[in-house]
Design a protein. Structure first.
Length: 187
């Protein structure tokens, strides 16, 4: 009987020490890790959302041109409203590219592999420079769309689409970069 009591006491003491050590040492580290991983995934989600906003705003701008000044079907009020909408979409592009460049260190470094990190950094920097450039708005929209679609597919597309289009997306991105930088592009 004394051996049984001793075994129970040792087991209870071991359980208490283990639970205390776990709650004092392991649990705080796990909570900190959970927070860091949550922030990384939040930044990735925001990266994807900003790219979708860029694609959406570019598509709206391309598909909703301003009417000709002498078009009798458009009133001055409607022209003004459409101009306001187009300005808002351009502001969305500016805000999205600003977020991309300001937060590139957070989301880019979260992917494994140097090529994915470099791809995200190069995209964010180039997209922001396109918005800051003195190009006309139509050219900016065209370039941002050409930059964003392949990058968005490589980070957030379905796995089969990523694999299927990996080389084509990289080539398209490189050709767009060459076009932006004024270098001749290969056919």
């Amino acid at each position: 009987m004394p051996d049984t009591v001793w075994t129970i006491l040792v087991a209870a003491a071991t359980a208490v020490v283990t639970a205390t050590a776990t709650s004092l040492i392991v649990a705080p580290r796990m909570e900190a890790r959970k927070k860091r991983l949550g922030e990384v995934h939040t930044a990735r989600d925001a990266f994807g959302a900003h790219m979708l906003r860029i694609i959406s705003a570019c598509s709206l701008l391309q598909n909703t041109p301003l009417p000709a000044p002498d078009d009798p079907d458009w009133t001055a009020t409607m022209r003004e409203r459409l101009t306001g909408e187009r300005d808002r979409w351009l502001q969305q592009l500016d805000d999205a590219t600003l977020w991309l460049i300001d937060n590139v260190a957070t989301y880019a470094a979260s992917w494994p592999g140097r090529h994915l990190i470099q791809f995200a950094v190069e995209y964010a920097g180039t997209a922001r420079m396109v918005m800051l450039s003195e190009r006309d708005d139509a050219t900016k929209v065209q370039l941002l769309l050409a930059l964003t679609v392949p990058v968005q597919r490589q980070y957030f597309g379905w796995p089969w689409a990523r694999a299927r289009h990996a080389l084509a997306d990289r080539r398209t991105f490189a050709q767009t970069l060459a076009h932006i930088n004024g270098a001749p592009t290969a056919p």
